[in-house]
Write a protein that binds this ligand. Structure first.
Ligand code: FO1
Length: 321
């Protein structure tokens, strides 16, 4: 009997969670797992906050806030409003319903549970069944380098609204980090048929994952094709500071530059249909690329893109074998 094909998706942030949800709609938990950026994690008001793990958990469990893409639906803000009125630190908007997750996570971590264990428990409680693995159980906070000095990621992203120009990034502690053993097992499974790099920010959502020792090498070794979806459409990011960062790092803010960024890994690349004119330059640069509708506004858009990337992975796999 031929084993059902398995897939791994690398994701972080709101853009990545959209494709992740599409994939989870068409692939059962035995066939799809997620490896998630934890570089955005931070300790805030005594709580351990894991934004990208939560964004994915809420997306998959139907709990996500449709207005923001992060946080929970049907949210109320009494806690943060009260904190603000008291003169407390209120730039990071913790909703009342969301707060329960941070409190529980912090309590479990203090009691000695690992981030992987707590993530499993929280997802089980919200009814999410796909395996979701933090990129590392040890902290690897992203530090954004700016001309005025280093900034902790959430200070850059939320407090300073991505305004400071970036000159580079540090994934602090990454040399001591190790990937979850489950992901290495998943990558070694002969049924593995595709690895997807979701349309997340390459610098601060995907690079931290790829920097975890052993992961990049495991992805390169893998017989399954690595397929990335461009987060840049017509020179702009759908959401977030990707295009602004590229300009500041003196990289052209194009889908081609993102492919170059992942060059050593890619077996296939998906750009938006608005960028179809880039297919020839991509081909000339040695990339196997397709153009597809990558802007995901509805659930149907997410499912359609998920179906397309799975079909593309099948084609790339067949071409290589
Ligand atoms: N992003 C914001 O732009 N403003 C916020 O106040 C904010 C609060 C917040 C609370 C919980 C959570 O899980 C995520 C939150 N995010 C907020 C998103 C967060 O900053 C993420 O790091 C981004 O999604 C980048 O991936």
């Amino acid at each position: 009997m031929i084993a059902a094909p398995k897939y791994l998706a690398l994701t972080g942030g709101v853009g990545g969670a959209k494709l992740a949800l599409g994939l989870a709609q068409i692939l059962p938990p035995a066939q799809l797992a997620f490896l998630v950026n934890t570089g955005d994690d931070f300790s805030h008001l005594g709580l351990h906050v894991s934004p990208d793990l939560d964004t994915l958990m809420y997306a998959l469990s139907g709990e996500s806030n449709p207005d923001t893409g992060w946080g929970r639906r049907e949210e109320s803000w009494r806690f943060i409003e009260t904190l603000r009125a008291l003169g407390g630190e209120s730039w990071f908007n913790l909703g009342d319903r969301d707060l329960a997750v941070h409190v529980l996570r912090t309590e479990r971590l203090r009691a000695g549970a690992t981030l992987s264990e707590v993530t499993r428990e929280l997802n089980a409680a919200l009814g999410t069944q796909h395996p979701i693995w933090p990129m590392s159980d040890s902290p690897v906070p992203t530090i954004v380098q700016t001309p005025d000095g280093p900034l902790a990621f959430q200070h850059y992203f939320v407090r300073d609204r991505c305004a400071p120009p970036v000159t580079g990034f540090e994934f602090r502690g990454v040399a001591e980090a190790s990937p979850p053993p489950a992901v290495l097992e998943w990558l070694g499974d002969p049924a593995l048929a595709g690895i997807f790099i979701c349309p997340s920010n390459p610098f601060v959502s995907v690079d931290p994952i790829l920097a975890v020792p052993g992961l990049r090498a495991a992805l390169r070794r893998c017989q399954a094709p690595v397929i990335a979806v461009s987060p840049i459409v017509a020179g702009l990011a759908i959401k977030g500071p990707t295009a602004k960062m590229m300009a500041e790092l003196a990289v052209p803010s194009t889908a081609v530059a993102v492919a170059e960024h992942y060059r050593d890994l890619l077996d296939g690349y998906v750009i938006d249909e608005a960028d179809a004119a880039l297919l020839d330059p991509l081909k000339a640069a040695g990339f196997a690329a397709i153009a597809a509708p990558t802007v995901m506004l509805t659930l149907a858009d997410k499912v359609r893109l998920a179906e397309l990337v799975c079909e593309f992975a099948r084609q790339r796999h067949a071409a290589a074998n």
